[in-house]
Design a protein around this ligand. Structure first.
Ligand SMILES: [Zn+2]
Length: 98
């Protein structure tokens, strides 16, 4: 399994609408800024690395995408985790939440 070195992804608004989007009312301070590429997934509910459906190997963690605000909230302040198999070009994503 290929492993990607970690990158922090910063949420930079690209429009006036996104710049003026209200944040979370009650969520913890770090929620909304946990976006990243590579490294290790910050699982909320425990490890859940998918297996590639073709080669049956563990898939590479590619990215995690955080909830944006109360309007664009992934379940209960959760995240989307994206995995990839570089050999078969398969992708799988999962959601974990509080
Ligand atoms: Zn594969």
């Amino acid at each position: 399994m290929k492993k990607i070195p970690p990158f922090k992804l910063e949420k930079i608004p690209l429009s006036v609408e996104s710049k003026n989007l209200p944040g979370f009312k009650w969520a913890d301070e770090n929620i909304g800024s946990r976006n990243k590429l590579g490294g290790e997934p910050d699982f909320i509910q425990g490890e859940d690395v998918p297996i590639c459906e073709d080669c049956k190997k563990r898939m590479t963690f590619y990215a995690q995408l955080d909830s944006i605000n109360d309007e664009y909230c992934i379940a209960d302040c959760g995240m989307i985790y994206v995995f990839m198999c570089f050999e078969c070009n398969n992708v799988k994503s999962i959601i974990q939440s509080n």
